[in-house]
Design a protein around this ligand. Structure first.
Ligand code: ZN
Length: 320
């Protein structure tokens, strides 16, 4: 059976996996890379890594799916802009095909993660989903009638930015105001706690935190659980998540999906996250539709992006 080589490019290292036609991740390993010679570096290390686990690259690998953060022109395999990787108009597909000598398919990482969950994870029972990946940043994807909607250039799913109306409190690193990300990402949530306690020294949740100058999302989670999810902290979480929930309501009204799928570090809030969304979204949706809403938490964890990029490569979407 032929395999797809899946590569998820990160800032200092990349994840590498081998995925079969049923979506089973048969092997995985990580390689460090040097951004100044990204592809040659990856090529050497991946070929060595495959050899080490007894894979014959020439014979067994049929295609390659690459997932990467940023604005990815999926048709041409060009990274139009990736802030984290410091890439602008980088012809990833062309450069990589010259070395790897296999057909290469390039996709945005959040889109790939959604496809992974859609293929073998929590979303496999649905045809239409809206996928939110909420971690340090916010990304997403739309799958409708069984197909990823990547947009004309592959830029669909940039839910963290733009729109101007989702919050009035925090400026965004993208230069716009009103974005979801600076308040509802896990960095945004921690910042909202810090700013609230700074402005309101006697806030009812402040006494739970030892050092209010230096709060992290991890610490919020720990304190929240240790104290049996106190209402004072729930209220602050609700405030911080409000821009995200408002965005979800807008997307639901636009696309009428079967389910919202949540992934990334935010999902450590687990059932409480679903509860907060389900109660807060009623402000932005007609009651009867809010009550019917299905929200699920992704189940493939860090493997979803590799599995989804393999799915993308296997299906040759919109490439030929
Ligand atoms: Zn922004």
């Amino acid at each position: 059976m032929k395999l797809v080589l899946a590569i998820e490019i990160g800032v200092t290292s990349s994840k590498v996996g081998l995925v079969n036609q049923y979506g089973d991740l048969q092997a995985k390993f990580a390689v460090d890379h040097d951004l100044t010679r990204l592809i040659p570096n990856l090529f050497e290390k991946i070929i060595d890594g495959l050899e080490a686990i007894g894979i014959n690259y020439e014979e067994e690998v049929e295609k390659i799916g690459i997932a990467i953060g940023g604005y990815v022109d999926h048709m041409l395999g060009i990274i139009r802009y990736s802030a984290n990787l410091n890439l602008t108009n980088y012809h990833l597909k062309e450069v990589a095909e010259e070395l790897f000598k296999k057909p290469i398919f390039v996709i945005n990482d959040a889109n790939a993660s959604a496809l992974g969950e859609f293929w073998t994870g929590v979303a496999k029972q649905y045809d239409s989903i809206i996928f939110y990946y909420v971690d340090n940043g916010i990304g997403g994807a739309v799958i409708t009638e069984g197909k990823l909607a990547p947009g004309a250039r592959g830029f669909a799913g940039e839910f963290g930015h733009g729109g101007g109306v989702f919050q009035k409190n925090y400026p965004c690193s993208c230069g716009l105001t009103g974005c979801v990300e600076p308040m509802s990402s896990i960095l945004g949530i921690a910042n909202h706690f810090k700013v609230t306690f700074k402005n309101k020294k006697n806030h009812s949740a402040a006494h739970f935190f030892k050092n209010v100058e230096d709060i992290t999302f991890k610490e919020i989670l720990e304190i929240y659980e240790e104290n049996n999810q106190p209402e004072e902290i729930t209220v602050l979480l609700q405030e911080a998540l409000d821009p995200l929930i408002m965005h979800m309501a807008t997307m639901i009204n636009a696309l009428d999906p079967e389910a919202i799928i949540l992934a990334g570090g935010l999902t450590q809030l687990d059932e409480k996250l679903i509860e907060i969304i389900q109660s807060s979204i009623k402000k932005y949706m007609i009651d009867m539709f809010a009550e019917e809403l299905t929200i699920e938490i992704a189940e493939l964890g860090n493997d979803s992006t590799m599995i989804g990029s393999a799915y993308y490569a296997l299906n040759d979407w919109k490439i030929f």
